[in-house]
Design a protein around this ligand. Structure first.
Ligand code: NAD
Length: 486
């Protein structure tokens, strides 16, 4: 099945006319079974141009639709997504590999964004001040800007697009979405449901492809802004390129999240949070726990519990019952994770649980990587420094909370950090000094809900306005100031 683009309300294959020629395609396969699911086109600059033009043409009429009516479409989409949640979760598990309940959880978080975007009438309200000078009043109005590009990664193929486009369109803009080429199918179904909910043609357009399609979006003169999520190296390039072309841009990058356990923590609860944070979604999360720092005498007991918990995980297809960890996305990604583990051994980290030889005999074509644990990880080793994006925990020791936080600060990323403690004073000190954007206290995966900003700092984020919440409204609108005298 050749996966189509969605332009001006029609499903179209790229490369038709405009000098683009026939498009190249990449296979999309089930990472657990190896079953082919479709072929994704690598759209060319002309195809991107057609999608942007569709957005540009739809913008004036969509902007005229009162905000209270625009959000009715999103209310209806929310109801449709809830009605189709089982179908969507199964589709997502087949193309991404995550457990069916993880897919259902992802969908729920995506629906939460839509719900928040439905608050747009209130969120768009401006401010007024009467009599700024004698007989003169001043007010701000929030107005949409035009066509936004949204470029998203493979690890949350539905939730991350929904962090952005519902806010952009509720505010009166139009969108060209470039989803990940690795798992684009489930969101296609979301688009069908959005059309069924009454989203007019051209308001949301989808263009499939790789770097070439992204570059065409970043350079297109009619794209006013770019929301990007992906690895830090690409986020940084996207940020610089889009800014050079005069666009507003928010670019969320990768992560290397530290989890600090103090001796006074509830160790059972901390270990459960660590296991779910490190191994959930097979470690393919920007909020995944990566380095676990045991402070003082917390080290031994947390180490034992992590080893027990990791060793008890069961690999398999996310659609099977009793499976607790799915495959990684591709053979190439499995090889990349293997490369990190091999480098870790070479650099002197102690491998105490090795997932490299994991297999699931009933699925010989699956991309399996088992739970892995390293001890004695230091910040200068590749396993201590780089984002692995696989089911690998690195254990480290610190003598104090201060030393543990300093260890985290030696890393260039700054997405999320967690502390486990029963001390209010330690938690308060941590919150004050953490210096990283998403902070968890006795919480492993620090995922802000849709009415709060989502995004990191340092090497995990390029821009200033984050995803979701009030930042999304700020990003997708311009504040216009009206000064009147009658
Ligand atoms: P990726 O950077 O490979 O791809 C992201 C998007 O950019 C895709 O749409 C892809 O087609 C496009 N792309 C890839 N290379 C490009 C290039 N050279 N130029 C222009 N566009 C390019 O990321 P991925 O592997 O799909 O996703 C995993 C990464 O995303 C991890 O680093 C993860 O931490 C990060 N991520 C971050 C957050 C966050 O909130 N900060 C959330 C989810 C994922």
């Amino acid at each position: 099945m050749k996966i189509p683009n969605y332009i001006a309300g029609s499903w179209v294959q790229p490369g038709g006319g405009g000098g683009g020629g026939a498009a190249d395609y990449l296979p999309v396969t089930d990472p657990a079974t190896g079953e082919p699911l479709g072929q994704v086109p690598l759209s060319a600059r002309d195809d991107v141009g057609r999608a942007v033009e569709a957005g540009l043409r739809a913008f004036p009429a969509w902007r005229e639709v009162p905000t209270v009516e625009r959000i009715q479409v999103l209310f209806r989409l929310k109801a449709l997504l809830e009605r189709h949640q089982d179908e969507l979760a199964i589709m997502m598990t087949r193309e991404h590999g995550k457990l069916r309940e993880e897919s259902a959880g992802e969908l729920k978080r995506g629906i939460e964004s839509i719900t928040q975007a439905c608050a747009m009438p209130t969120l768009l309200m401006g401010e007024t001040l009467e009599n700024v000078a004698s007989g003169i009043d001043c007010e701000t109005l929030r107005q949409p800007l035009g066509v936004f590009a949204v470029i998203t990664p493979y690890n949350f193929p539905v939730m991350i697009p929904l962090w952005f486009w519902p806010f952009a369109v509720a505010a009166g803009n139009t969108v060209v979405l470039k989803p990940s080429e690795r798992d684009p199918l489930t969101h296609q179904r979301v688009v069908e449901l959005a059309a069924q909910a009454g989203l007019p043609a051209g308001v949301l357009n989808v263009i499939h492809g790789d770097q070439r399609a992204v570059e065409a979006l970043l350079e297109h003169p009619d794209v006013v802004g770019v929301s990007f999520v992906g690895s830090s190296a690409v986020a940084r390039q996207v940020y610089a390129r889009a800014a050079a072309f005069g666009k507003r841009v928010q670019a969320l990058g990768g992560a290397k999240n530290h989890m600090i356990v103090l001796p006074d923590a509830d160790l059972e609860a901390a270990a459960r949070a660590v296991i779910s944070s490190v191994y959930g979604s097979t470690g393919q999360r920007c909020l995944a726990g990566s380095i676990i720092v045991g402070v003082g005498e917390a080290y031994r007991p947390i180490r034992e519990r992590i080893l027990d918990g990791a060793g008890a995980l069961t690999l398999g297809s996310g659609l099977e019952p009793n499976v607790t960890m799915g495959p990684v996305i591709s053979a190439a990604h499995r090889d990349r994770v293997t490369g990190f583990v091999t480098a870790g051994e070479r650099e002197g980290a102690r491998l105490v649980l090795d997932g490299r030889k994991a297999s699931v005999p009933r699925f010989p074509k699956g991309h399996w990587f088992g739970p892995t644990v390293f001890e004695d990880v230091t910040p200068d080793m590749a396993v201590g420094r780089e984002e692995i994006f696989g089911p690998v925990a690195g254990l480290a020791r610190a003598a104090s909370l201060e030393e543990a936080v300093a260890l985290a600060h030696r890393n260039r990323y700054g997405n999320a950090i967690s502390l486990f403690t029963s001390s209010g004073a330690a938690a308060r000190e941590f919150r004050y000094r953490a210096g990283i954007s998403m902070i968890g206290v006795n919480i492993g995966v620090v995922a802000p809900m849709a009415f709060f900003p989502f995004g990191g700092s340092r090497g995990s984020f390029y821009g200033d306005l984050k995803a979701q919440g009030k930042d999304a409204v700020e990003f997708y609108t311009d504040k216009r100031v009206v000064i009147s005298k009658w």
